[in-house]
Write a new protein. Structure first.
Length: 193
């Protein structure tokens, strides 16, 4: 499957300082009845945004934020822990997030995020503190250089799994990458049958 190429992203941040944000908080289990990614953004952080009757909470951390302007979510340490549900990055992506920043992101969530077009970035404690205490700060993520910066203030390199990075830069998911190798696969099979 193809998607937009991810090379550089300039965006405001939305900060959730809470640690151990698990996948059930990202998308509650009752919303896992679909295999479609479309529309899952409405369920992202549902219990943080709405009460039991479906009314918006006054404490909704997303209220008044334009999803087009706030494409980077800053979460507390151990972001994405819990179950391995792939619906969590689906919901975040459908909500409008293209990057997750934390001091530590759970390994399975990190892998699922990359496969679904979200770049997970782990930063130092100092940079994380700056982002959490400066909600709405503008950051620039340069995937080609593997750098994140807050223009005029700081720049930090980050690591990202090589295959996931290649897929994001090329604008494909893992299946799309394999489909792009069809000619090479056909030649290999012809030589080895």
């Amino acid at each position: 499957m193809s998607r937009d190429k991810f090379t550089t992203l300039r965006s405001k941040t939305l900060a959730l300082a809470q640690e151990n944000i698990d996948t059930d908080q990202i998308i509650p289990a009752r919303f896992l009845t679909t295999t479609s990614r479309n529309g899952l953004g409405r369920a992202a952080f549902y219990d943080w945004r709405y009460d039991e009757s479906g009314m918006a909470r006054n404490s909704d951390p997303f209220a008044g934020k334009d999803n087009g302007d706030h494409q980077v979510l800053v979460g507390g340490a151990n972001f994405g822990c819990g179950s391995s549900r792939e619906h969590a990055p689906w919901a975040l992506r459908d909500f409008g997030f293209q990057a997750i920043i934390s001091t530590k992101i759970a390994d399975i969530f990190k892998s699922n995020a990359l496969k679904n077009g979200i770049i997970p970035i782990e930063v130092s404690d100092d940079i994380h503190k700056d982002l959490v205490t400066s909600p709405g700060a503008e950051v620039v993520i340069d995937l080609e250089r593997c750098e994140i910066s807050r223009p005029g203030l700081w720049t930090q390199s980050f690591e990202v799994e090589a295959f996931g990075r290649r897929c994001l830069l090329d604008g494909v998911d893992p299946l799309g990458f394999l489909q792009g190798c069809d000619d090479e696969i056909t030649r290999f099979e012809a030589q080895h049958t």
